[in-house]
Design a protein around this ligand. Structure first.
Ligand code: ADP
Ligand code: 5GP
Length: 205
C-alpha cells in the first residue's frame, strides 16, 4: 500500500549547514527537494531550476500576485518563496519532500500543513557559524554580518520546531534526519487505512 510521503521543513541560521545536509539526503531517491524561487543572484555553480528559480523582483512579485507561491518571505533584502506545484504531486507519489526554508516561511507552512515535520539545524557555536559563512566565500562581509545578526533572531525560534539537529558532523546530521523520517513513518495516524484493511480482512499491511 503506497503511503503519502512526508513533508519535511528544514530551517536554521544561514551557514548552519542545511544545504550541505540536504545535498546528502537527496542522494537517496526517496527524498525530493522543493526548488524555491528567489530574487537573490545565483552563486557560482548554482543552476536555474536546480538550486533555485532565479527571478527578477518584478517576476517574483508577479508570482505572488498570481498565487503561484505556497509561502514566501523576505530574508536579508531578498525574496524567497516555495512554488505550489510539485509538493502535493510529490507526496502523493510517496516521496518525502524537503522544504529548505527560513523561519517566517516555516510558520506559513505550519498553518497550511500542520502535519509537516519541522527540523531546525543549529551550528555547534556562533564562532563556527561565522567561520562556515566566511569559509563558504559566497557573500560579502556586509551580507555575512547581516546573516549573523539574523541568526540570533532565528535561533530564538527553536521551540517552533519538532526536532533540533546540531550540525557538527554532516554525515551524522543527515543520519539523524533519516532516523526522524523512519520514526515519523511509524506514527499510528499513518496506519488508519492499512489497519482498517487488516481488520476487514481485505489484505495485509
Ligand atoms: P546553509 O545552507 O545552512 O546556509 P551550507 O550548507 O551552505 O549552509 O554550509 C555552510 C558552509 O559550512 C559550507 O561551506 C559547508 O561546506 C560548511 N559545513 C556544513 N556543515 C558542516 C560541518 N558539519 N562541519 C564543517 N563544515 C560544514
Ligand atoms: P540562501 O541565500 O543562503 O540560499 O538562503 C537564505 C535563506 O532563505 C535560507 O535560510 C534558506 O533556507 C531560505 N530559503 C530558501 N528558499 C526559501 C523559500 O522558498 N522560502 C523561504 N521562506 N525561505 C527560503
Amino acid at each position: 500500500m503506497l503511503k503519502e510521503g512526508l513533508k519535511l521543513v528544514i530551517s536554521g541560521p544561514s551557514g548552519s549547514g542545511k544545504g550541505t545536509i540536504v545535498k546528502e539526503l537527496i542522494k537517496s531517491e526517496n527524498f525530493k527537494l522543493s526548488v524555491s524561487a528567489t530574487t537573490r543572484a545565483p552563486r557560482e555553480g548554482e543552476k536555474n531550476g536546480v538550486h533555485y528559480f532565479f527571478k527578477s523582483r518584478e517576476a517574483f512579485e508577479k508570482m505572488i500576485v498570481e498565487g503561484e507561491l505556497l509561502e514566501y518571505a523576505a530574508f536579508c533584502e531578498n525574496y524567497y518563496g516555495t512554488p505550489k506545484v510539485f509538493i502535493e504531486e510529490c507526496v502523493r507519489a510517496g516521496k518525502d519532500i524537503i522544504l529548505e526554508i527560513e523561519v517566517q516561511g516555516a510558520k506559513q507552512i505550519k498553518a497550511i500543513y500542520p502535519d509537516a515535520i519541522f527540523i531546525f539545524v543549529v551550528p555547534p557555536t556562533l564562532k563556527e557559524l561565522e567561520k562556515r559563512l566566511v569559509g563558504r566565500n559566497t557573500e560579502t562581509k556586509e551580507v555575512i554580518q547581516k546573516r549573523l545578526e539574523r541568526a540570533k533572531e532565528e535561533l530564538s525560534l527553536y521551540k517552533e520546531y519538532d526536532y533540533i539537529i546540531i550540525n557538527d558532523n554532516i554525515e551524522q546530521a543527515a543520519k539523524y534526519i533519516q532516523e526522524i523520517v523512519r520514526i515519523e513513518k511509524l506514527k499510528s495516524h499513518r496506519f488508519q487505512e492499512a489497519i482498517s484493511t487488516l481488520v476487514n480482512n481485505q489484505g495485509g499491511i
